[in-house]
Design a protein around this ligand. Structure first.
Ligand code: SF4
Length: 553
């Protein structure tokens, strides 16, 4: 369809108003002011209904990032739930738990803050706008725009197309935003990052990224169940030792608590279901006592990039930078990425100010970003644990051995730079997985007090989409879903999606089942795009403003 589009020109376009993108915009303005140079025209676009609407994390934040961005962050009113207090690591058995007598080196939370990421992001957006940065919410980047092989900006999504691609009465074509430099800060496994991966060479030398899907609920719990700032992390049950993941409970302000569970998408189990694992986790005898009698208020899910140092791409190209979770900046051992998102945002800002002065956004000039990272504490932090996640490839116990060994080998562990392949390649076909006596799980019964089905949880995520729009989940070949996948994998999408977007329903003529999609349930976690064994699912942005509306998450 030939569509005439408005063109908007800016110096700097940042895709994503999360911690990385906002830190970049904030630091651009502050650095320009400090250096006495004219501030560039900066535009931040955000697909959520407002900054923070799609921001979702545990979260216990290392304040090192915000302290370097805004040394007086507490005076400026940074919202936090509690200062980290009693900090415990538990190994869960089926019926009980074993508290580790010490916190493993590097995993303590002294000096950290329990935060709600979406409140933190809303606040950081206000601080950033106060410096003159334009933030456009409800504006989703649909395509990277290329000219002569170089990124020159982003086309935003068309609004007002119906589910068949026809124009509704409110049709508005997406705008082409041209920029001297386009900075991707769209979170884990973003759709523009996917395009950058396909069309640029920046990922060529990186190993495959590895992901977990984390699901979380925020609860109001009876008074006195947890101490102020208490943090509990768990590993072990309900996962077998061959799978990677664990749970957490964080005491928030008032009587609120965040409880969540994350599981690796490199699971061999074609029925791997992060939402189900989470419900079983909450029912564990050592966990349920914290929640019973309370009320579940909010829900959300997101993928977590855990591949580490070697999965980070080249951070620059002509007219292009990539930062934060989009580039995989996450300390998997400490379960922390917000401080790294902020720091890489700041590095990008300093790089761009130099480029603006030179009026040169070529890759040669923007390669300063890579040098800044190479000389940074962020690199030192990630190098020290560079093979952490991959160490668990052989299961929990060899992973723990590798974890210990990395301390005496300066981060190398048992091997160096191990590429364990894309997550979806780890999934076994059901005939193989369920051979040897392993039985498929029975459907779970939810009591609606402690455990909830996916639809109830989605309702608590505030998710809304325009129903009559082009599906943002593109299935390249339904014949695979309704044929081979039924036979070979048993349609894993109906399990791994934490929002019940994918269901297998009976054919009208009783001849079998077919895949039914309900994209309006989607909480934008990106699990399907990563975990689908045939890689026929592509997650694209829906109309701007659609998706979750997280609160206290
Ligand atoms: Fe996540 Fe995909 Fe389900 Fe949306 S459809 S909630 S991105 S798994």
């Amino acid at each position: 369809m030939d569509i005439e589009r408005d063109v908007l020109e800016v110096d700097v376009l940042i895709v994503g108003a999360g911690p990385a993108g906002l830190a970049c915009a904030y630091h651009l303005m502050k650095t320009a002011e400090k250096e006495g140079v004219e501030a560039p025209a900066v535009l931040v676009i955000e697909k959520g209904s407002h900054p923070g609407a799609h921001s979702f994390s545990g979260a216990v934040m290392d304040p090192a990032g915000i302290a370097s961005l805004m040394p007086d962050y507490l005076d400026q009113g940074m919202p936090y739930e509690a200062k980290a207090g009693k900090d415990e690591l538990w190994y869960l058995t089926d019926k009980s738990h074993l508290k580790l007598p010490f916190t493993p080196p590097g995993m303590g939370n002294d000096g950290n803050y329990i935060i709600s990421l979406n409140k933190f992001v809303s606040w950081l957006a206000e601080q950033t706008e106060a410096l003159g940065v334009e933030i456009y919410p409800e504006t989703a980047g649909f395509d990277l725009v290329f000219e002569e092989g170089k990124v020159t900006g982003v086309q935003t999504v068309d609004m007002g197309l119906d589910k068949h691609g026809g124009k509704r009465s409110n049709f508005e074509p997406g705008t082409i935003i041209k920029a001297g430099v386009t900075i991707l800060a769209e979170g884990p496994h973003g759709s523009l990052t996917r395009q950058a991966r396909e069309k640029l060479t920046i990922f060529d030398k990186a190993i495959n990224q590895s992901y977990l899907t984390g699901v979380k609920e925020v609860w109001e719990i009876p008074k006195g169940r947890l101490e102020e700032g208490q943090i509990i992390h768990t590993f072990g049950a309900p996962l077998p030792s061959s799978e990677y993941g664990g749970g957490f409970i964080y005491k928030m302000s008032g009587n609120l608590a965040a409880v969540g569970f994350a599981v690796g998408l490199n699971s061999p189990d074609p029925t791997n279901d992060p939402h189900r694992h989470f419900q079983v986790f909450k029912s564990h005898p050592s966990i349920r006592g914290y929640l019973e009698g309370g009320t579940m208020l909010h829900y959300g899910a997101k993928t977590i990039p855990e591949g580490g140092f070697f999965a980070i791409p080249q951070l620059y190209d002509d007219n292009f930078l990539i930062i934060g979770d989009s580039a995989g900046f996450l300390d998997a051992q400490r379960l922390k990425g917000i401080h790294l998102a902020i720091r890489t945002g700041m590095m990008a800002a300093e790089t761009v100010i130099e480029a603006v002065q030179k009026e040169d956004f070529s890759s040669t000039t923007l390669s300063v970003m890579q040098k800044k990272f190479d000389q940074s504490s962020a690199k030192a932090e990630l190098q020290k644990i560079r093979n952490y996640h991959q160490g668990f490839e052989g299961g929990l116990f060899s992973g723990m051995f590798n974890f210990g060994f990395q301390f005496v080998t300066g981060g190398r562990g048992l091997f160096d730079r191990r590429d364990v392949g894309p997550d979806h390649t780890h999934m076994k076909k059901k005939a193989e997985f369920f051979s040897g006596g392993r039985q498929p799980k029975q459907p779970m019964k939810f009591d609606n007090q402690l455990t909830f089905d996916k639809l109830t949880d989605v309702y608590r995520s505030g998710t809304k989409h325009e129903e009559d729009q082009l599906p943002h989940l593109v299935i390249a070949d339904y014949d695979i879903c309704n044929g081979r996948c039924i036979e070979e994998y048993g349609n894993p999408c109906q399990y791994f999606c934490p929002a019940q977007v994918y269901e297998m329903v009976e054919n009208e003529d009783g001849s079998g089942v077919h895949l039914l999609l309900t994209p309006s349930n989607c909480v934008h976690c990106k699990t399907c795009d990563i975990a689908d064994p045939y890689q026929v699912i592509t997650w694209k942005v829906p109309e701007g403003g659609g998706g979750p509306n997280y609160e206290n998450c």
